[in-house]
Write a protein that binds this ligand. Structure first.
Ligand SMILES: *Cc1c(COP(=O)(O)O)cnc(C)c1O
Length: 423
């Protein structure tokens, strides 16, 4: 059952409570490998479920618009101070509701509608909010987009430099949602410096790896850093803006009053808890284990004939092109989910197929590493994936069900924060 327990919810709204319980069980049984997901600690869950959700706190500590902030101010200050210490930055704003609003705040702070901005194209692994056409950031700004090299699957820094010189963007975003390789922050900084752009490092996916020393930090290279708090960083759903002193005030003003109203204080408290956890030695071990697992899984998948974009991974994330397996990403992802292996279908660079039915799948090891799986288990995970993809091709539902049972049996041996067996 769900931990912390839900006695009042079960009384007040049994149908909803049952759905939550079932979701907890689902998360327990499966290999959850959606690259942006994780399992938060019970301490983070408890902080999220507190009376802090009752309080309005527009403004910042010491400068609020409503009374009664005697205890909210120190809570938000704890989160801010921990973020500054953990990432080694001058300034932190922990109020953005999520990653997308955090990125919008950067545009509001430093650009005007119609200005030129630059980011990585969504099909190459960028995020919607880095100027992709369907996003407000692509509609309201003149967005130019870079990609990866076809031969290597790695960010094309020559294209970044050429585009930046030709287009002179106000903002350059680096980072993304489907980048399996280390982001070269110094190289981006050099280009941004040359054209007078502000470099924005969006570390949503890799923030936990950076905090744990398993990926280089953008600090000292990017003036502005945006991140979600709920991916590898293993906190509640939320986001942060980190920056040098020079850009601090504009970011704060953009978040409030520019874009948002009251901060979600229960989330702020949970972010503080997660940042506290991420500053300990156990989290360093965790971050390195995430990368070791991803590398081991990538090697095992390659051995089984999976074609990986860029040939492997440096971080938590793997992007596989299933063309060689004779199946599309979408039917494969659906079959894998039925087999207890949860991931998402994903466009691969230069994908000849449509975004809603692309060639690839994306997966990550943040969640399964939190559960305690190690490199020894990765060949087995690759074997299940291989069998499930093959079974999907032949329509063998029995084989898929058999895999799901084997997965659940393995996962029963790995505890999950947020769920405990019924006693
Ligand atoms: C996840 C992500 C976001 C957006 O986060 P949401 O909380 O889903 O809005 C922004 N940028 C990158 C690179 C991401 O991976």
């Amino acid at each position: 059952m769900h931990q912390p327990a839900l006695p009042h919810l079960s009384q007040a709204d049994p149908v909803l409570a049952e759905l939550v319980q079932a979701e907890a069980g689902r998360q327990f049984d499966k290999l959850r490998m959606i690259a942006s997901e994780n399992y938060v600690s019970e301490a983070v869950l408890e902080a999220t479920g507190t009376v802090l959700t009752n309080k309005y706190s527009e403004g910042y500590a010491g400068r609020r618009y409503y009374e009664g902030q005697q205890l909210i101010d120190p809570i938000e200050t704890m989160a801010v101070d921990r973020a500054k210490a953990l990432f080694g930055v001058d300034h932190a704003n922990v109020q953005p509701y999520s990653g997308s609003p955090a990125n919008l705040a950067v545009y509001l702070a430093f650009a005007s509608p119609g200005d030129t901005v630059m980011g990585m194209a969504l099909p190459s692994g960028g995020h919607l909010t880095h100027g992709w056409s369907v996003s407000a950031t692509g509609k309201w700004f003149r967005s130019v987009q870079y990609g990866v090299r076809k031969e290597t699957g790695v960010v094309d820094m020559d294209q970044v430099r050429d585009l930046a010189r030709a287009e002179r963007p106000k903002l350059i975003f680096c980072g993304g949602t489907a980048i399996p390789r280390t982001i070269d922050f110094p190289a981006f900084a050099e280009i941004a410096g040359e054209v007078g752009a502000i470099l924005v490092a969006d570390i949503a996916h890799i923030a936990g790896l950076i905090a744990g020393g398993a990926h280089p930090s953008p600090v000292g290279h990017a003036q502005v850093i945006t991140t979600t708090t709920h991916k590898t960083l293993r906190g509640p759903r939320g986001a942060m803006l980190l920056s040098d002193a020079e850009h601090a005030k504009a970011l704060d003003k953009a978040v409030f009053p520019g874009l948002q109203g009251g901060p979600h204080n229960h989330t702020t408290a949970a972010i503080a808890v997660a940042l506290g956890e991420a500053s300990g030695p156990a989290f360093r071990d965790y971050a390195h284990a995430v990368v070791a697992n991803a590398k081991a899984l990538a090697a095992a998948l390659t051995e089984r004939g999976f074609e990986l974009v860029s040939g492997g991974t440096d971080n938590h994330l793997i992007l596989a092109d299933l063309t060689s397996k004779g199946i599309g990403g979408k039917p494969a992802a659906k079959a894998l989910d039925r087999a207890g292996v949860e991931l998402n279908y994903n466009t691969v660079p230069f994908d000849p197929r449509k975004p809603f039915d692309p060639s690839g799948i994306r997966l990550g090891t943040a969640g399964i590493t939190t559960r305690g799986l190690g490199v020894a288990e990765m060949p087995r995970v690759a074997e299940w994936m291989d069998r499930a993809v093959t079974a999907a091709g032949t329509g063998d539902e029995q084989a898929i069900e058999a895999i799901a049972a084997e997965v659940a049996e393995l996962m029963a041996g790995y505890p999950m924060p947020g769920w405990a067996p019924q006693v």
